[in-house]
Design a protein around this ligand. Structure first.
Ligand SMILES: Cc1cc2nc3c(=O)[nH]c(=O)nc-3n(C[C@H](O)[C@H](O)[C@H](O)COP(=O)(O)OP(=O)(O)OC[C@H]3O[C@@H](n4cnc5c(N)ncnc54)[C@H](O)[C@@H]3O)c2cc1C
Length: 297
């Protein structure tokens, strides 16, 4: 994002930090606006113009790599809470603010992150209590991230991650079933066949999407990325379930990796809503207007 939208001076400053001091960057948008049952806190930020820059108040959720990262690019909307993903309107004036996470006004709440899966990572809640951003910490023009459709470049990575889970389950299933001498079982053969074809399909789709980007066919690449994201979510989920059914209950007993793969995949697939992605694909096919970035209705 810095490379695409930042100034030459910002690139010099921040890339030097990455290369010379190993500084880690993250990007945070998530500000879900509807509280879940029993949730008394509200997420959301407000950003106001101040002398020489912007001031930020409020809380973000799903702040991946908080406590590990040194910098976060905050996607915030001067029109009101919601970031980019959960903004009620179009977020036309969306700002990208480079936040030094050592700033004393930034607090990480590590109590919120207690998920079913992805426990080896962290996506905490983070509080901003009057954090000041001078203008040289603003990346790009207001709205340029959405206008340039930069989020669409990230969409295929979800599919690649899901496929990695499927491949791991497949490898485990093959070794497990061969070890148990169950390769002659016709039901096992069917399930292994389905797993193999699912993985081939996922790989072919990713290669197709990568080819479109490489050939500069950007419009096609953007929607193909969402199509791949949608399809591979289901292929991966099905593959893990074939593994479990073919191998049996002990495949879900630790130290088998399958119980973790199942939990991690279940959770990571919720990062963007598949129903909305599929509706976006349908809207595009029908010639209706659609949001290729955050799949908003
Ligand atoms: C492991 C993980 C890591 C993440 N890391 C990051 C990160 O680094 N940076 C970041 O910015 N975010 C991150 N996220 C957040 C993620 O992108 C979503 O914001 C978050 O998952 C939304 O969760 P939600 O519970 O609000 O469910 P949602 O999927 O938003 O909503 C659930 C339901 O609400 C419905 N719905 C959604 N919008 C509307 C609407 N407008 N009106 C009516 N119904 C609606 C959907 O159809 C669905 O049925 C991460 C999420 C996960 C799971």
């Amino acid at each position: 994002m810095i490379d695409a939208l930042g100034t030459a001076e910002q690139k010099r400053r921040w890339f030097a930090g990455v290369v010379e001091r190993g500084e880690i960057w993250a990007a945070w948008s998530g500000e879900p606006q509807s509280p879940k049952p029993g949730e008394d806190r509200r997420f959301g930020t407000t950003v106001a113009a101040a002398d020489g820059g912007w001031v930020l108040h409020g809380t973000k959720a799903f702040a991946t790599s908080a406590t590990g990262a040194r910098w976060a690019i905050l996607l915030v909307d001067p029109a009101g809470p919601g970031g980019a993903r959960h903004a009620r309107g179009t977020a036309d004036g969306l700002l990208l603010l480079a936040c030094d996470l050592n700033d004393p006004t930034v607090t990480v709440d590590t109590s919120w992150w207690d998920p079913v899966g992805m426990r080896a990572t962290a996506s905490h809640a983070v509080l901003f209590d009057g954090t000041f951003f001078p203008y040289d910490r603003v990346i790009g023009e207001p709205g340029s991230y959405l206008a340039g459709q930069w989020q669409t470049a990230f969409v295929p990575h979800y599919a690649a991650s899901f496929l990695g889970a499927a491949e791991a389950a497949y490898d485990y299933a093959l070794a497990y079933l061969k070890h148990q001498g169950k390769s002659q079982d016709p039901y096992v053969q069917q399930r292994v066949g389905r797993m193999a074809v699912n993985i081939d399909t996922g790989r072919l789709w990713l290669r197709h999407v990568a080819g479109l980007w490489d050939e500069g066919r950007l419009e096609e690449a953007r929607i193909a990325g969402s199509r791949a994201r949608h399809l591979i979510e289901h292929l991966a989920e099905e593959t893990v379930h074939h593994c479990i059914r073919a191998c049996g209950a002990r495949s879900l007993v630790r130290p088998s990796p399958v119980e973790r793969i199942l939990r991690d995949l279940t959770f990571y697939q919720r990062h963007d809503n598949d129903d909305h992605i599929l509706a976006t694909i349908g809207r595009a096919a029908l010639g209706e207007s659609f949001d290729p970035s955050f799949h908003k209705p």
